[in-house]
Write a protein that binds this ligand. Sequence first.
Ligand code: GDP
Ligand code: IMO
Ligand code: MG
Length: 435
Amino acid sequence: MSNLAVLGLQWGDEGKGKIVDLLAERFDVIVRSQGGHNAGHTVKVGERTFVLSLIPSGILRRGKQAVIGNGLVIDPAALLREIETLEGLGVAVHGNLFVSNRAHVIFPYHRAMERVTEATPGKRKIGTTSRGIGPCYEDKMNRRGIRVAELIEPAVFPERFRAVAAEKNAVAKALDIYEPWDVEACLAEYRDYADRLRPFVCDNTAFLNRALKNGKRLLLEGAQATMLDIDFGTYPYLTSSNATAGGLSTGSGVSPRLIDDIVGITKAYATRVGEGPFVTELNGAAGDALRKAGREFGTVTGRPRRCGWFDIPILRYAHAINHLSTLVVTKLDVLDGLETIPVCTGYRYRGEPLDEMPALCEVYGEVEPVYEERPGWRCSTAGVTDFGELPQAAKDYAAFLEDNLELEIGGISTGPERDQTIVRTNSVFEKLVAG
Ligand code: GDP
Ligand code: IMO
Ligand code: MG
């Protein structure tokens, strides 16, 4: 038995999709545990680019099974679109995709509620992906959500849906934000989705435990990342699920005792989409240059990603929360043209060093980075697959991060393609890649 998790350590878009795709060859079942179609995981295979939002990236590998766990919030229309797109590209989804009967369902009133709350004057705007993710999790925690099991049960769904819709309408009217919508038409639409999704639905805990009994290996694919985690991220500027190690377990029904290794993914710099504090953010020309070099535009919403330098305090914090086995640094090639590369080695708040990650976003927003300048390499690392072939300054950059984090960098990604990856000799990552 050897099961693995892959997690993002910053604010998402670290390249989890690429690394999961690389590792998936050695695993049998790839599982998503949290989030929804706010995620966008890009996998480049040769000339083809796939973007996965709800379906685990492992689906792209022939013969692998993919599970959407109980911890997700599912927009059925988005899921059906994704299935259709993948099948159109020749990916076998039917028969290989399994959707939890305990996952929650996103309805139009979730998106409507999000539109209103994001636009409310005086409210802290999060800059969400507008997918209804937060309001759906809100209903889940408030015990009034509708789960997949109810959606696909004709004897249960209509009554449940009408009752919830009536309650939503009453609340909207009381808040004077009611927009007329056709409850019966929506019900008919979701009955159709239910018919199309029914063949995929399973009890994920039973399914995964059977797989484990049969000696199958699981790969848990994180979505979002540590700094977007509902508990540990930059609250309230984050997403509504646990994107850290614990969430993988509660969102899949796989016991923490069965997760043997955790691979953390970080970019060689930092990015963030949406609002919220970002200590090493670069404004102006330097940020634009990094955005251009890294093609940093949101996979889901197309928004320009905010860009900044590598932040060691964040990585230390992420390591403390997730207890990583190894680290993969992606997009090293994006730093190729730089003369020097500042790295944030510490924080200061009102002139004093700060050792812990502030819980208060007002404090975090005032934190100042302490930088150490590292020499750049000013030559191309794109596509390098052998650590020995990196320019000395790039090797030193990796060693500097390793020393500061007290964690091995087992992998370095030098391009979006599967094979544009350095797997370090004798690293934990090498063992995982080799299976
Ligand atoms: P995810 O959400 O963590 O899976 O990451 P995204 O797919 O949203 O964003 C990562 C982007 O960087 C994608 O467009 C990838 O194709 C691309 N990418 C991944 N690794 C590398 C790399 O090492 N170098 C470059 N230049 N691009 C990369
Ligand atoms: P992957 O899995 C980057 C961000 C949004 C917003 C905040 C809340 O591709 O790394 P939400 O719609 O979730 O309520 O938005 O979280 N966000 C992401 N940013 N990558 C993601 O996923 C994200 N998922 C959510 O931009 O700031
Ligand atoms: Mg992404």
